[in-house]
Design a protein around this ligand. Structure first.
Ligand SMILES: [Zn+2]
Length: 93
């Protein structure tokens, strides 16, 4: 089981030249990200989709995230094979 304690959360930064929001990925602890509603999250290393898990009773286990699909190219995964690769299904900007 993956034990990821930080993730990237997508926020929008206004771009003055286009007037549109530009995506800005912000790293934050999982227990903070879990309190935000309707946000897009991704693994901060491989950019793959992850699922957030709340802390258990008494705080054990800690709030953490796991990849939706195991990915051997991610150093944060539990099956990392030693060679970093971006997720085959990355969440883009
Ligand atoms: Zn990952």
């Amino acid at each position: 089981m993956d034990k990821i304690f930080e993730c990237e959360v997508r926020q929008w930064k206004p771009d003055p030249s286009t007037g549109k929001g530009a995506p800005l990925w912000v790293v934050m602890p999982v227990d903070k990200a879990i309190q935000l509603a309707d946000v897009t999250i991704r693994c901060m290393k491989c950019h793959g989709p992850i699922r957030l898990h709340r802390a258990g009773p008494l705080g054990v286990p800690r709030a953490h995230a796991e990849h939706l699909r195991r990915h051997p190219g991610c150093p944060l995964g539990d099956c990392f094979d030693g060679t970093f690769r971006t997720s085959p299904t990355p969440i883009g900007s």
